[in-house]
Design a protein. Structure first.
Lengths: 341, 503
């Protein structure tokens, strides 16, 4: 009796085969759909709340009141939700407007949303016209009429350079190439090593440097996040191998997440570059964003490390949980030392 | 497309197989089917290649020497295998549907592993990085791994970036061999890493063949259909999430280190079980090599080595007890420990980041946490940044969580099917089970392994809820899949099972 029961359980266990069979079949379909090459667009997305998105967007400006924001498209995001006052996009735009930001909306759906949007919002049919003279663009839709817009022409007519992307259908390096500061406002997609800017930048460094070169990675500003995703240097180190990548206190920087947190706090506390000046390599190596002070003068122990470790290049970076080309600049070590005198 | 790494990977695969196959007695002396033959030969070959690689690297010779030795040994063993060709393979008596199911799962797991280049954090930064170090610089003693320390051994103020430099070199050696024979290409360096899930059921079948073919078939099928052999928590987030199959860190297959430990523990048990029951010293010693090989894949392998040998001791197999039908040789213990020494020597020269379990695995710490003591070392960064303030202010005692984590796994059918329920029935409740020293040994290994992981997690320097998010303890428990499936197959095919509980 007992053995019959046991064999019944075993037969039920065999049914579990359906799970790996379904999983493996689906996995092969998923991988084939991306050409057997991992692509971040294949990854799941994580929804943000409208209010937190609005806070992030508005806080990008030191003084948001009076800034003008062009909004391209309204409903590429949360497609499944009805357009009413509770829609996350409506919430987002209302929060942004409450902080004093003027909205210039361009969307075929604008008429059906006017009742829920701020009364001060202006409406446009042409995205380029909507973006003329604004401080930032918020792109929510990449379908017509918002596809293939000449971003260089947009940048020429903007006093500001902020470009908020909620679609993640854009290739951030293209936005940077137009001279606009890319800020991903939508959900993060995919693992950090598939970040398109990281791939472009590491490919660029593979071309620019020799395999036996040494690179010292130095933050230009105090690290601002303890997010594990901000450890881009780990991925650069892997992708650029056998190049020698050095960093301050590597034991903690590349250690466990708690060690990394301590590294960030120590770096900020020490204020190692207090009084250091920022400078701008001209022309910038890859990013087209100017005026951000992509490099800084070095402190004495950094100069000593360059000499002791036979470093050829200094890679300056600003730490963020998104890899942006504008935050990274690699200059010859001799130039970095020269600018520190 | 560059075909060189593809063929290099394939060549490494074949030479590993011939290395293992030549070490086994031929099929006239040790009956097995081609499927079992490939599975056991391949896993044995992996262990030997990894151990020899570690030995050469520990002697401060370069990875090029490892590659030359590997090819030379591989070709020599290929010649031996060629001479032995033509021996009959033993039947499995598997039903057609069973064969089709096993073959489908095996082929799909291989294809799925190779479908993407390495695309996970741990396989990339913990193992493939070291593979690159071995392939490009030829030695683990390069600053690429040691450069976070200054010359005097203190922490460097400015130094090289590397995560977990003292993780074992088994997988990096396999990857570097492909790179040495071809070039570094992140899809095809996975060739030798794509066969763990395919080979583990074959090893289980071979283990139980010495009992009867029915036990072997049940054991192999039980192992092969257990979902966690391929991925964890399948469908737990809703079936729509299968659209992201292979894109999240729930994969077991791939270039990580847990499945190789599981596969090598399984083949260890298979060789030891056959070696002990057939009184074959050769098979027992090969089992000892596989056990050491498991310890060169992941640090937990060392702990499992200890548990396996301890289980041999407590089951009585190593003791000169009267009336003992089967006996294991102490040489197994010697071979396993000796074979591991080169890796331990390398490890002692590499900096450690968090793998200092020996510091934490003390009676004092165990009693502290068993008694409901508070966290000692680490708090989750997630808690620290305020996402979980309650957890930060009042960190839960580990004993409030840990038994629940294990219970959740034992009852998680999406990862394990009904494996743990079957194991519960298969444990040696009957006096007659306890009379068989080999059954006692397998049972002690499984129970000891689960207890070991419980205690390790009790004292881990990591914050427990954070580990839970990363698939602990299931990623550790999968190491025991082979011996668990063997116990179940053994128990279910036992002809005298009908009087089970009544005894």
């Amino acid at each position: 009796m007992f053995t019959i029961l046991l064999r019944g359980v075993q037969k039920l266990h065999l049914l579990a085969a359906l799970l790996p069979l379904a999983f493996l079949a689906k996995m092969l379909l998923v991988t084939s759909s991306t050409g057997f090459t991992p692509n971040r667009t294949a990854y799941d997305t994580v929804a943000w709340e409208g209010e937190s998105q609005a806070t992030y967007l508005v806080d990008t400006w030191r003084r948001p009141r009076g800034k003008i924001l062009a909004v391209w498209g309204l409903k590429d995001y949360h497609l499944d939700q009805a357009l009413d006052e509770n829609h996350p996009i409506v919430e987002l735009l209302n929060h942004v407007n409450q902080r004093g930001v003027q909205l210039r909306i361009c969307s075929p759906l604008a008429d059906s949303l006017k009742a829920f949007l701020p009364s001060s919002a202006q409406y446009f049919d042409d995205p380029l016209t909507a973006a003329a003279g604004v401080h930032g663009v918020l792109q929510m839709n990449t379908r017509p009429p918002f596809e293939n817009i000449d971003l260089v022409a947009v940048a020429k007519n903007m006093p500001g350079y902020l470009f908020f992307d909620m679609t993640h259908n854009l290739h951030p390096p293209d936005v940077d190439a137009a001279g606009l500061q890319y800020l991903g406002l939508g959900p993060t997609q995919g693992p950090p090593w598939l970040d398109p800017d990281l791939m472009v930048y590491s490919d660029f460094l593979l071309q620019k440097t020799e395999p036996d070169d040494g690179l010292l990675l130095l933050p230009t500003t105090p690290p601002g996040t303890i997010s594990g995703r901000a450890r881009w240097f780990l991925h650069l180190n892997y992708r650029l191998y056998p190049r020698r990548l050095y960093i301050y206190e590597p034991f903690d920087a590349s250690g466990t997440s708690v060690q990394f947190r301590q590294w960030v706090l120590n770096y900020k506390k020490e204020q190692r570059w207090g009084g250091r000046s920022r400078w701008e390599p001209k022309p910038r190596e890859l990013s087209k964003i100017l005026g951000v002070g992509a490099a800084r003068s070095l402190v004495q122990d950094e100069i000593q490390a360059i000499r002791d470790l036979d470093v050829d290049w200094v890679t300056f970076f600003s730490m963020g949980s998104d890899f942006r080309l504008q935050d990274w600049e690699t200059v010859p070590a001799t130039d970095a030392i020269e600018h520190s005198r | 497309m560059d075909f060189l790494p593809f063929f290099a990977g394939l060549a490494v695969l074949i030479l590993i197989w011939t290395t293992g196959k030549a070490l086994l007695p031929d099929r006239t002396q040790l009956a097995r089917s081609r499927w079992e033959d490939f599975s056991v030969s391949y896993l044995l070959g992996v262990a030997v290649v990894s151990l020899l690689g570690n030995l050469i690297l520990a002697m401060h010779l370069s990875m090029t020497v490892v590659a030359i030795e590997f090819v030379a040994v591989g070709l020599l063993t290929a010649a031996i295998c060629w001479k032995r060709r033509g021996t009959d393979s033993a039947p499995t008596q598997l039903a057609t549907w069973q064969g089709v199911l096993l073959a489908t799962l095996a082929m799909a797991s291989i294809a799925a592993t190779l479908a993407y280049p390495i695309n996970e954090f741990d396989p990339m930064l913990h193992f493939a990085y070291k593979g690159k170090v071995l392939a490009f610089t030829g030695t683990p003693f390069d600053a690429s791994l040691t450069g976070m320390l200054a010359e005097d051994g203190s922490l460097a103020t400015y130094g090289r970036i590397v995560t977990h430099p003292n993780y074992p070199l088994g997988i990096p050696i396999l990857e570097a061999l492909v790179a040495k024979l071809g070039s570094w290409q992140e899809r095809w360096i996975q060739w030798p890493l794509a066969f763990w899930a395919a080979c583990l059921p074959g090893a289980v079948f071979f283990a139980l063949r010495c009992l009867n073919l029915r036990a072997a078939a049940i054991g192999a099928l039980v192992a092969a259909v257990t979902p966690i052999l391929y991925a964890r928590n399948i469908g737990s987030m809703g079936w729509q999430k299968l659209d992201y199959a292979g894109l999240n860190p729930d994969l077991s297959i791939g270039a990580g280190a847990d499945l190789p430990v599981a596969a090598l523990v399984a083949v260890t048990c298979a060789l030891l079980l056959n070696g002990v029951r057939r009184s074959s010293l050769r098979l027992q010693l090969l089992g000892g090599l596989c056990l050491a090989g498991a310890a060169t894949m992941k640090n937990e392998g060392q702990a499992l080595l200890g548990v396996t040998l301890l289980a041999l001791l407590v089951s009585g197999l190593l003791l000169p007890l009267p009336k003992l039908r089967y006996r294991a040789s102490w040489m197994v213990v010697g071979v396993a420990i000796l074979a591991l020494l080169p890796w331990l020597s390398i490890r002692s020269q590499l900096p450690a980041i968090d793998e200092n379990y020996s510091d934490h695995f003390t009676v004092e710490n165990i009693l502290h946490f068993l008694g409901g003591g508070a966290e000692i070392v680490e708090k989750s960064p997630k808690a620290i940044v305020g996402r979980d303030e309650q957890a930060l202010e009042n960190p839960p005692a580990r004993m409030d969580h840990l038994p629940g984590y294990f219970w959740d796994e034992f009852t998680d059918w999406r990862s394990w099917g009904l494996l743990w329920l079957l194991l519960l029935f298969a444990l040696p409740w009957r006096r007659r089970d306890l009379r068989d020293a080999t059954y006692r040994w397998l049972s002690a290994l499984v129970i000891g392994g689960v207890l070991l992981y419980f205690l390790i997690l009790l004292v881990t320097p990591w914050y427990l809820p954070l580990l839970r998010d990363k698939g602990i303890p299931e990623r550790l428990l999968v190491h025991l899949l082979g011996p668990i499936a063997m116990l179940i197959g053994w128990r279910l095919a036992d002809p005298a099972a009908d009087d089970a509980i009544s005894e």
